[in-house]
Ligand binder design. Structure first.
Ligand code: PNW
Length: 540
């Protein structure tokens, strides 16, 4: 009798527990993040004109590195040189999208995507980088891709520069030579002329912060130059001028009849103040963002570099015995020319850091890394991914969007967001499925709860691909690609279903989760009934 009595009580307790669980707020990361105010799931939909997209870049997926008249790029040169990339992998073939682009478009169509973000390989259409030698075969490739997309109702969001500078231009100094401004403008105009009638969204640069720091500062990425105190500031100066030149060309000559929008894509982690009750901590977080996003966005959206960069770098340069600041100055004419040259803010973001103030460091040798006087780190306990730098912190994207919205007040497109898993065959990519649901939900909160002006969300990436210095060892794809298969077969991962469902519903509809809640609730009811029944029989 004692056993039966306890069984009854257990059944009733379990029943009540399960029934209430069904109504609990949903957590996508229940074990790691459990702050209901911040982390509870939000059901709801995106604005009607919200854009869902998926992204790739030319060097990472196309292959065909020297096919049909394509010129060499700095990434061809850098990978072929050897010693820079994990296992000395390269993008010679990669996903072979140069030949398989129709399959790629079919994958997008199957997901219900209406936009696709890809980049043009500058040296495919201008093999030497300069306008005097146009490779029509390269132009035809992108025309065919856009045709195929149009046939499937998919519109292009085109990045002009996703890191693959023609080697011939690197040979004359690349982004460190001010002549690059005119070369970039010529290349951009060619793209506007040939493709612009069908392109609603143009992005001049992808992540110039990575270009200038990894390409010219640390040398981890092509062209492999490592000088961290002066060169990144000079290179950024030229990149910003190049962006502005392309914007004006588009705005004056093409936009009036092509009606597209042109912006730039900047990358940043959210910088969480270590102590939100401490002003020094709050300032450090803001400084980290100013030295990263503000470096590019302030000149473009507000005019000139952020005040904090100008004062800090000038003061340090003097202390370091220099006669002028390492941060170059724009003339008043340049400031006026650059200010306002963005129709939107493209944001690539993946993760979050914590920030705390460092003591002011005026010492030699100078370095970009010392200039902001911020110490950043990630908590070891935060959930990880296939990339060492990428910890999964869903709430960070919402805070970052709010920061950008407050700071610049321009339309924001999330142009990249996603997560890597390691190099193994895996189609049920639970980490990525949870990541997309959680991060996209935080974007929804930024719009619905905070009123941020976010116009679109882009998942990185459509395919597993060449992940720069990590080669093929980190997989970001919604689709698995077998790089040992000469046919480079693509297989949909589970995250394809998750994203397709979000796209179909234009957000998160409660009923699509009723399945789970119902199961739990009905288990609960069953337990309760069983308990009640037992108690009746036993007359307890
Ligand atoms: C972005 N990091 O790059 C790029 O735009 C993509 O081409 C790339 O594949 C994607 O993010 C995933 O990494 C980054 O080391 C590359 O911190 C490296 C870093 C961050 C972003």
């Amino acid at each position: 009798m004692g056993v039966l009595k306890s069984l009854t009580i257990v059944a009733m307790v379990l029943g009540c527990l399960c029934t209430t669980m069904g109504d609990d707020p949903e957590y996508v990361y229940p074990d790691d993040w459990n702050d209901p105010n911040r982390d509870s799931f939000l059901y709801g939909t995106f604005p009607d004109d919200f854009i869902f997209s998926s992204a790739t870049s030319a060097y990472q997926i196309e292959g065909g590195w020297n096919t049909d008249g394509k010129g060499e790029s700095i990434w061809d040169n850098f990978t072929h040189e050897g010693g820079h990339v994990y296992r000395n992998s390269n993008g010679d073939i990669s996903c072979d999208s140069y030949n398989k682009y129709k399959e790629d478009v079919a994958l997008m169509a199957a997901m219900g995507l209406k936009y696709y973000r890809f980049s043009i390989a500058w040296s495919r259409i201008l093999p030497q980088g300069t306008i005097n030698n146009i490779n029509e075969a390269g132009i035809n490739f992108y025309q065919s891709l856009i045709d195929e997309m149009a046939a499937n109702g998919i519109k292009p969001m085109i990045t002009l520069y996703h890191w693959d500078l023609p080697q011939a231009l690197q040979d004359i100094g690349g982004w460190d030579n001010p002549d690059i401004v005119q070369h970039f403008k010529n290349y951009a105009e060619l793209c506007f002329q040939r493709f612009g009638d069908r392109v609603p969204l143009w992005i001049t640069f992808n992540e110039p912060w990575i270009v200038t720091l990894f390409g010219y500062g640390t040398g981890q990425f092509a062209p492999g130059i490592s000088e961290i105190a002066y060169t990144p500031y000079r290179v950024t100066h030229n990149i910003i001028k190049s962006h502005a030149a392309a914007y004006h060309a588009y705005n004056d000559t093409y936009k009036p009849f092509q009606n597209g929008q042109l912006g730039i894509t900047l990358n940043s982690d959210w910088s969480e103040p270590w102590d939100r009750t401490n002003q020094t901590s709050l300032d450090a977080s803001d400084r980290a963002l100013q030295f990263n996003l503000g470096w590019f966005a302030h000149p473009i959206f507000k005019g000139d570099y952020p005040e904090i960069m100008k004062t800090k770098i000038a003061k340090k340069s003097t202390a370091q015995g220099l006669s002028e600041s390492r941060l170059p100055a724009f003339t008043p004419e340049e400031i006026a020319y650059i200010k306002g040259t963005g129709d939107f803010f493209g944001l690539n973001t993946y993760t979050t850091n914590q920030a705390v103030a460092n003591v002011e460091d005026l010492s030699n040798p100078p370095s970009y890394w010392k200039d902001s006087d911020v110490i950043s780190w990630q908590e070891g306990s935060w959930p990880g991914s296939g990339s060492g730098w990428l910890k999964i912190v869903p709430w960070g994207i919402r805070r970052l969007i709010n920061w950008i919205d407050n700071e610049y007040n321009v339309p924001i497109y999330v142009t990249e967001n996603g997560v890597s898993t390691g190099d193994k065959y895996e189609l049920d990519d639970i980490i990525r499925q949870k990541y997309y649901r959680a991060y996209i939900n935080e974007v929804l909160k930024a719009i619905v709860l905070d009123g941020s002006n976010v116009k679109g969300y882009t998942a990185w990436s459509l395919l597993d691909n060449f992940e720069w210095g990590a080669g093929y060892s980190e997989r970001f794809g919604l689709h698995f690609v077998d790089f040992n298969d000469p046919d480079r077969k693509r297989l949909a991962k589970g995250s394809v279903d998750v994203l397709s469902e979000i796209i179909k519903n234009n957000g998160f509809i409660k009923s699509d989760d009723k399945g789970n809640a119902h199961v739990v609730t009905s288990y609960g009811l069953a337990f309760t009934c069983f308990g009640v029944l037992l108690s009746q029989i036993l007359n307890i």
